[in-house]
Design a protein around this ligand. Sequence first.
Ligand SMILES: [Zn+2]
Length: 381
Amino acid sequence: MAGMRFEDIIGQERAIATLRSTLREGRIPNAYLFEGPWGVGKTTAALALAAALVCRTGGDAACGTCEACLRAARFMHPDIRFLFPVMSDEDDPESIAATLAEVANDPHHVFTYEKAASIRIGLTRDLLRELAYRPYEGRRRVIVLRDADRMREDQYSAMLKSLEEPGASTLWVLTTARPQRLPATIRSRCLRVRFSPLAEDVVEGYLRERAGMPAAPARLLAALASGSLSRALSMRGENVAGLRDDALRQLGAANSGDPARILAAAGEAAAWSNREKMRRTLEFQFLLLRDLLRLRHGAPEESLVNRDRVADLRKVAPSVDVSEIRRRTALLEEVVRAIDANVTPEAAFFSAYARWAKTLPQDAVTRAAAWPGWARAPIGS
Ligand SMILES: [Zn+2]
């Protein structure tokens, strides 16, 4: 395991070029702020930067093989600290060490934690005590703070003191998907580096070439990922092809305009009792509409998510114009909102599917959707 290297980061050429040039020129600031959406490589880049700074070769990237790089890869280098949000019951050295071991062993590790998780004060206090000393080995110590917006006010003030210290030997590397939540005093003292959402083909390429995934599920996952590699990786154990097929089958019922089939489809969706599954089904339905739009604009087949269904798509595409695609998108958006607002999913799906093909009288659909007899089964998470 060679640890985190700049080569492991995909689709962030500009950010990485910036980091390498500051390393080459030796113009390292006191603090960096890596900002951008979840799961696009900010933490990997921060750890790769930390490794480059302790690497014995002293170049603009970690060599990955020297003794310092090897220790950095196992989170055993005394001049590198990596802090990330935890729940209060995980705030002990053993469970933190266990997480670090997972990250060190699995280059595809995806961090997930509860909403309430935060960077803990105890850790930070110890850290600030440590900062009073010189680094152990090199000229600089590096502190990587993942999701640095999850900290308390007093922690920020303590950090600010370190940032303002002249001739500081500590480099702070903060990552965040929500820069506006960081105090302006911290933000203004950081060199900001922006990380962008990843292009679908970049995610797809990574899943195929580095995560060893077959082409078809890699394409579907990349399409669902909304530009986030972590999002794609977190779903890699799921049967995405089955999910996609369910989504298209549901739309088949909607396309038929047959009330009995529509009712059955809505019932089936509601019976999943899993909000996440419902959301992903809807995402595949949005992607189908996107494919139709692309076909109408003469986009090449390789740009379609459902390119294995291109014959079916070509049959439908001529009959749905842009305004019809917009109308259907709005119908699906209604279902997303209804599910988020805990409305009975059966009624929400029925209402959207019944208006999908415009074959049923609208007032009947509205009356049916408002019918109090819809199953009131609670939705799981
Ligand atoms: Zn090295």
